[in-house]
Ligand binder design. Structure first.
Ligand code: FPP
Length: 237
């Protein structure tokens, strides 16, 4: 038997973890590989972490795959990320088999038609899954999301004094879901980068220098342990 006992996963789990999958480019650069290799490694890691989250019984996981700002990247990098996504979506059956319910958040309408179809197929195939709710943020921007909500509110003719937090929450891509209570950003950056800016108002944050492709279940376990050490007061005392 090993001298080292495996540490037990700290409980309770956060209800909704949101991850900014950052550092793929630097991971590749460190290895003298093209950035595309970093995204491929990041995508593989994303699948492993999603599976792990499902296994431990996490209810909600939201990952940032592509932001409204990521279009500024060179066209070949953008098309590489879209191709990784295509490959991932072609395995849509896996979501169902793994009992993961997948949902895309962001402005999907401007994406290529084949991707939109694959997204719909993946969402439909997993609609009745009862395990992890996996949100994939794609062409997602928090400000864009809030602007859309405001436009809907105006279009519906709702009067100003009727507007509450709920009025906004119900018009976000994440409607009906609990807000993320834990936001994780690896890769040594300390920013939210327009991610879930409304929903994260009371979230705890955890940053790490590990680059996303190297971010393993044990890092997530460490993060959850830290989450459970924090004393969340929600503005009270
Ligand atoms: C950030 O790292 C990563 C991205 C903008 C793309 C994330 C995409 C994936 C992990 C693959 C596709 C995802 C799915 C859901 C299949 P970066 O490129 O900004 O890294 P850097 O800051 O080191 O340059």
């Amino acid at each position: 038997m090993s001298l080292f006992k495996k540490k037990r996963l700290s409980r309770p789990l956060p209800e909704h973890i949101a991850i900014i999958m950052d550092g793929n480019g630097r991971w590749a650069k460190k290895r003298n590989l093209p950035r595309t290799a970093g995204h491929a490694a990041g995508s593989k890691n994303f699948k492993d972490i999603a599976r792990y989250c499902n296994k431990i019984g996490l209810k909600y996981l939201t990952v940032y795959a592509f932001s409204t700002e990521n279009w500024k990247r060179p066209a070949d990098e953008v098309s590489n990320i879209m191709n990784i996504l295509r490959d991932y979506l072609k395995d849509a059956k896996n979501f169902k088999d793994e009992n993961i319910k997948v949902k895309f958040i962001g402005n999907i309408s401007v994406l290529d038609e084949d991707i939109r179809i694959l997204i719909k197929d993946a969402e439909d195939a997993s609609a009745n899954a009862t395990g992890l709710h996996l949100n994939i943020a794609l062409n997602y921007g928090g400000r864009d999301e809030i602007i859309n909500a405001v436009k809907e509110i105006v279009a519906e003719g709702i009067s100003p004094d009727e507007i509450t937090e709920q009025t906004i929450s119900e018009r976000l891509y994440t409607k009906g879901q609990p807000d993320p209570d834990f936001i994780i950003r690896p890769s040594g950056e300390y920013r939210l980068s327009n991610y879930l800016i409304w929903q994260s108002a009371y979230a705890e944050y955890w940053f790490s220098d590990v680059l996303w492709p190297d971010f393993k279940p044990r890092h997530l376990e460490e993060a959850i342990e830290e989450f459970n050490r924090r004393n969340r007061r929600f503005g009270g005392i």
